[in-house]
Design a protein around this ligand. Sequence first.
Ligand code: ADP
Ligand code: MG
Length: 218
Amino acid sequence: MATLLIDNLAKTYAPGTPNAVDAVAGVSMRMEDGERVAIVGPSGGGKTTLLMLIAGLLSPTEGTITLGGRDLSGVRPDKRNLAVVFQHDALYPHLSARKHLELSLRSSGVPRRSMPARISTVADRLGIVDCLGRSPGALSGGQRRRVALARAMVRPADLVLLDEPLSGVDDAMSEQIRGGLLEHWAQTPATVLIVTHNERTADQLAGRTLTMQGGKLG
Ligand code: ADP
Ligand code: MG
């Protein structure tokens, strides 16, 4: 867990061309250690771009991101100590759910002997204990989403980033996932930034909601 500080962050796609898009246009925000914040806004508002900038998968045109007092400029994505779930679950087709969680833990410095207990706890909270031996092709959409979320929850991270965590799953599944995430965070506090077009998701998962439109926070 760590404090996140974003200062005047901007991202222009295709700068200097007729197709230039100011996807993120001067965003400043602060999140306290252990806080859960949601950013809500219409499609095209810049939410995913903001998340990718924090994750280090895109470089900002301007501005800085500081996490736990460390300036992340030029820090590789895998050195940022984040747990990220993108909108499309991005699971490896040939790996079992358990292997996904193990891989996530292996890159986080958790001692090998404590991995099985960590995996069981998170799998239980998200209701995927029965899925651990299966690969993504043998899982339903709701199960795949929970594996993707469990992979992020299982590792200790300074910041958790979730892009549309409840989209594309039905109401009953959404309810189950929400319950699992809230139970997890109650037991294992985390600093979490959620971006979504869905106000209900924001209200349910976050303690504070900001709006974003046209690349700016409202
Ligand atoms: P949101 O997640 O809120 O829907 P995005 O960050 O995906 O918003 O998109 C913000 C704006 O940037 C949109 O106008 C979108 O079309 C544009 N955009 C997103 N990705 C790219 C890209 N790779 N190249 C050019 N424009 C992009
Ligand atoms: Mg998006």
